[in-house]
Design a binder for this molecule. Structure first.
Ligand SMILES: [Zn+2]
Length: 304
């Protein structure tokens, strides 16, 4: 994996955080001596968190027809990555925890966006409750990264304003523009304006400095859209797609949504990622792929 210039900066950031928890011998974790933070694992773990099911009425936006897809529903997935040197949250859902009341069974929440677009999202469990079940609170999170700034990825972003935010300049600029473009809910990420922020300048950003967790630019869906490569000792490598694709049929049928920031850039990013997948043998996990997501084990279980 290519080293990038900001790595030394990350190492400096991480060094301080290392004091809060210590990885033990292989196969064991050592509880942190300070402020009750949970232990960090001896090797990388990937937790899949259920952030709801998004019901899509208009497949035309994806240049698809109803008869071309297995289901029009999209999963909304959030991810927690724990590493011997810290933790990373990747995407934060479509509905903020405080905006709905869990009942123990599925609750369908109606989302109205600032531009009057409306969506229905079925929710089962709040994100914070899922994190707590794994043993973490937002205060324990070292890094926050969003694949991009659309509303169905930012819902609980404010909760992680205390983490170091990993973002590209073009994305951050778009998020805090006077009128952000696209399906956005700026109030859900407003607190990130004051977060400790690391602007990612190179194509790849090695989050923990050992090549196991790497944010890769995949521009097009939004100006600074990104995907996440995670190398797992037992599972092998996976790439979390962000919204480079939503439906697996977009990939199979070579369709690009109509609402991309730059459709041509999306095509270039897809070709580049295909080459990367071929080179590394990594699996592609399309985050919104409802049927694939249904097969994944969910937190508190994890991939390692
Ligand atoms: Zn999305």
């Amino acid at each position: 994996m290519e080293r990038n210039p900001s790595r030394s900066m990350v190492v400096t950031l991480v060094a301080g955080l290392l004091c809060s928890a210590v990885a033990g011998e292989a196969g064991q974790t050592v509880p942190s001596p300070e402020h009750g933070a949970p232990p960090l694992p001896p090797s990388v773990r990937l937790y899949v968190l259920d952030c709801g099911t998004l019901h899509i009425a208009d497949l035309g936006r994806f240049q698809l027809k109803k008869e071309e897809v297995a289901t029009s529903d999209l999963s909304v997935a959030c991810f927690l990555i724990t590493h011997p040197k810290g933790t990373l949250i990747w995407d934060t859902g479509a509905v903020p925890d405080p905006a709905w009341k869990p009942t123990g069974t599925a609750v369908t929440h109606h989302v109205v966006l600032p531009d009057s677009q409306e969506r229905d999202v079925t929710m089962v469990k709040p994100l914070m409750a899922q994190l707590a079940e794994v043993g973490y609170s937002p205060a324990d999170i070292t890094y926050l990264a969003l694949s991009h700034y659309h509303y169905d990825h930012t819902a609980n972003a404010n909760e992680f304003a205390g983490a170091t935010w990993l973002v590209r300049q073009a994305e951050r600029d778009a998020m805090f523009a006077e009128r952000p473009l696209g399906v956005t809910q700026p109030s859900t990420y407003a607190a990130l304006r004051d977060s400790k922020t690391l602007i990612l300048q190179s194509e790849e950003h090695d989050v923990f400095g050992d090549g196991t967790v790497v944010i890769k630019a995949a521009l097009g869906h939004t100006p600074g859209h990104q995907v996440l490569y995670v190398q797992l000792a037992k599972t092998g490598s996976v790439v979390l797609s962000g919204d480079l694709y939503h439906y697996p049929e977009e990939r199979a049928l070579d369709r690009v949504p109509t609402f991309e920031f730059n459709q041509e850039q999306t095509r270039v990013s897809r070709v580049a990622l295909d080459a990367f997948l071929k080179k590394t043998g990594a699996q592609l996990w399309i985050q919104h792929d409802f049927r694939a997501n249904a097969q994944l084990k969910k937190a508190p279980d994890y991939y390692e």
